[in-house]
Ligand binder design. Sequence first.
Ligand code: NZQ
Ligand code: ZN
Length: 386
Amino acid sequence: MQYDFTYYNPTRIHFGKDSLNYLSSELKNYGSNVLLVYGGGSIKKIGLYDKVIAILKECNKNIFECPNITPNPKLKDMMRGVKMIETHHIDLILAVGGGSVIDCAKGMSVSIGLEDPFKELWLKQKDVTTNNIPVGSILTMVGTGSEFNGGSVITDEDRKIKMGRVFPPHVYPKFSILNPEYTYSVSEYQMCSGAFDVLSHLMEQYFSGEDDNVSDYLIEALMKSLITSLKVAIVDRENYEARSNIMWVASLALNTLVGKGKTQDWEVHNIEHQLGAYTDCAHGMGLAAISVPYYKHIYKYGLKKFVRFAENIFNVDPQGKTDDEIALEGIEALRKFIEDSHMVLHIRELGATEEMLKDIAYSTVEGGGYKKVTHEEIYGILKEAY
Ligand code: NZQ
Ligand code: ZN
C-alpha cells in the first residue's frame, strides 16, 4: 500500500441462480412508482421481463417503462427517462440489462431538474446532490461492473463525446441481482467483448506504480480466473462454474476495491470512449483492439511490471531472456489471447476509417499511468491499431 484511501461500497449484491427471489424484499424499501429501464428486447426473449413484471405486480407497484436503451447509451434516451421520472414521480429506477442500461439509469437518477446535465455533470464534473432517485439493477450481460459501482458512461451524439463519470456511493445501485444463467443468451461476440472489458479494467489498475502493493496480487488472481473461465465458456457456453466466475470477477474488477492504495492508468479506456463516440462499437472490442499497440508503446516505462505480467499471467519462461524480451512476449501472449478468443485486433473492423483517426485522437483526454501520452502519441497508437 502506498496511498491513503477511504473505501465504501453500499451496493447489496444478491448472487446466484435464485437471486431474483430477493427482488420483492428489496422493493419493499421504496414507494409505489417504479421506472423499469431496459434495452432492445433481450430481457423479453429470455423470459426475464415477464418474471420481473409479475414480481412488481405482486408488490403492488405502478409500473412505468423506459425501453430501447441502446449500447453506448445516448443522452437523448437518458433524457427520455428523466422526463418520465419527473412526470410520474418515480420512487425507484429498476435497470434490467447490461452496463449500458445500468449506466443510463444512474444518469437519469442524478439529472432531474438540470437543463444540460451532460455539460454540468459529465463535462464539468459538478457535484451531485443527494436527492437522486434510487437505482436497483438486475444484470444480464457481464463486463462493466456498473452493477457494483458509481460509473455512468453516456454518449452525447451532438457533441460527439462519449464520457464516463464516477458518481459517489449514494448513486451506486442500492441492490444488484446477479444470476449467471441470465447471461447464457448473450452472443459469443458480446460475451467476449464483456470479458475483455473486465481484463482491461484489471490491466488499467495494474499497469501503474512500482511499489509492492496488495492490490496487484488481487488483480493477478482475478486476471487468472477470468482467462481460465473464458476459455471454458467459449466452448461450453452454459458452464455455470465458468459463467459465474466471469460474472463475479467482473463485479470485483470494478467495484473500485482492487485499485485502492495505488495509482492507475485508464488511458486505453479514454481512447476507446472516443473511438466509441465515432463508431458506436462494442466497448470491450474497442479496448481489445487498442490494448496491444498501447502497451507496446508504454511498456518500457513500466518494464518491471510488464515482466511480472508476462511471467505471472501468461507463464512466460524468463530463462535466458532480457527483461525487454520477456515483457514483449507477455504482450504477444495478450495479443494471442485476443485472437484465440475471437476478439477484434483492428479498429477498422469496428467501423473506424482512416479519416476519423486524427479526430478521435485529438478529442481523447490525454493521460496514462507509466507514461502520459499526448494527442500525437494517441494518433500513432490508433494508426497501429487500425
Ligand atoms: O439491448 P438489449 O436487447 O438488452 O441487448 C444487449 C446489447 O445489444 C445485449 N444483451 C444484454 N444482455 C443480454 C443481451 N443479449 C442477449 N442476452 C442477454 N442476457 O448485449 C448488448 C450489449 O449490451 P451493453 O449493455 O451495451 O454491454 P455492456 O455491459 O458491455 O455495457 C457497455 C457500456 O458500459 C460502459 C461502456 O462504455 C458502454 O457504454 N462502461 C461502463 C462502466 C461503468 N459503469 O463503470 C465502465 C466500463 O469501462 C464501460 O466504459
Ligand atoms: Zn470498460
